[in-house]
Design a protein around this ligand. Sequence first.
Ligand SMILES: [Zn+2]
Length: 189
Amino acid sequence: MALLSLTEGCGVIILMVFTLQSHGFHRRVWCHNPHGFYTSKSWLSLKKVGFGPHRAYWRTIWKLKMLPKIRVFSWRVGHNILPTYDDISRIRQNFSKNSPRCKNREETLIHALKDCPSALAILTFGGLDNRLIEGSYEWCIDWLEDVLRALDVKATADFFTLLWNCWNNRNNWAFNGKDDEARVVWERA
Ligand SMILES: [Zn+2]
């Protein structure tokens, strides 16, 4: 099997893709490949989705000055390929799809990063425009595109750092059952 690596900034981004369900790229699941390589097939998938719809989004995130890990995160958010409980419940039996924080709603990505009360609190502390917080979106990418249209370059980079902290806060909650105060998360951003 042919192997390719992709160097991005000072880090090497390693991702491998497989399809969880056939709902288009929104349902693709990406995993770190422990061997540090793309397969040629996954690289073709990356090219295909990266230069298709939402092109302006991809062009913007590659230009922003962000840590490589946050850039990769913003790429994965745009493709809806972070492991939410809703995703995990599709491949694991008897796994609750409900949000580990509020436990009220299915934990889709837009819920985890925007609609969950904990996420809303973090975004509010971060000073994101109310209109961008309150809008209703099914997919993260649509929300992100609206946010990018409203923010300048510096504010956009700060926004992705905030989202990165929001996702880590969610992971802390999911794995350790702990939640940070929204203010603490914001101060770390
Ligand atoms: Zn929630």
